[in-house]
Design a binder for this molecule. Sequence first.
Ligand code: TMP
Ligand code: ASP
Length: 237
Amino acid sequence: MKKELLYEGKAKKLYTTENPDQLIAEFKDDLTAFNAQKKGEESGKGALNCQISTQLFKLLEDAGIRTHLIETIDANHQLVKKVEIIPIEVVVRNTATGSLSKRLGIEDGKELPFVLVEFYLKDDALNDPIICDDHCLMLGLVEDRSELEVLREKARKINEVLKAFFAERRLKLVDFKVEFGKDSEGNILLSDEISPDSCRFWDMDTGEKMDKDRFRENLGNVKVAYEEVLRRILEEK
Ligand code: TMP
Ligand code: ASP
């Protein structure tokens, strides 16, 4: 079904198919951090993220959030709708940590008084800088301000659904990054992936990090943590 390689990112490859409106996403085992200054590989990571992201996108579809996912093909391939990615990394934060704590000096682990939504420019050469609404408009990343409101609203809704889902599974959703794309009809769809590569999960009982911070901070047991996240996602509640 794969025709040609259309795009290769740090964690996924995208292939064209016979259908011009559909692509195949292949989840890779590669791990990168700090804008690919740190590189690694974890056999089976791609398949874990593919399964995790599929489950979460289905959950979000059921909650009324449209996504690019059509179906899972096999362990590490999804059939997805072709979209034009809006080059904004939308980061949602419930708890301060990572670059937020560093940039603004907010204590690591402090609960934020409200859900924070931030925009970062998706541009590796510029190291994904944080940007404001005016930057988004000036760079022509969106058509108008209302589109930024749509992104914020969708990001908050995704947070609401995922936060509650993971809390039931004793995982605290600390923060995450999502990307959106536009299909040929101009609909804004949740795209890319949601996985432990793009989220922070802290075990509610032990405080243990269950995400890519294990790789970023050399904590070990990266795959074990991703497997545990998938196991909890699949738990019946
Ligand atoms: P940060 O604290 O490093 O800004 O990360 C915030 C969240 O966004 C965290 O869950 C990890 C995720 N993220 C990505 O998925 N890709 C990235 O390139 C970066 C910098 C963060
Ligand atoms: N995804 C980014 C990178 O590869 C940054 C990160 O997640 O830390 O390099």
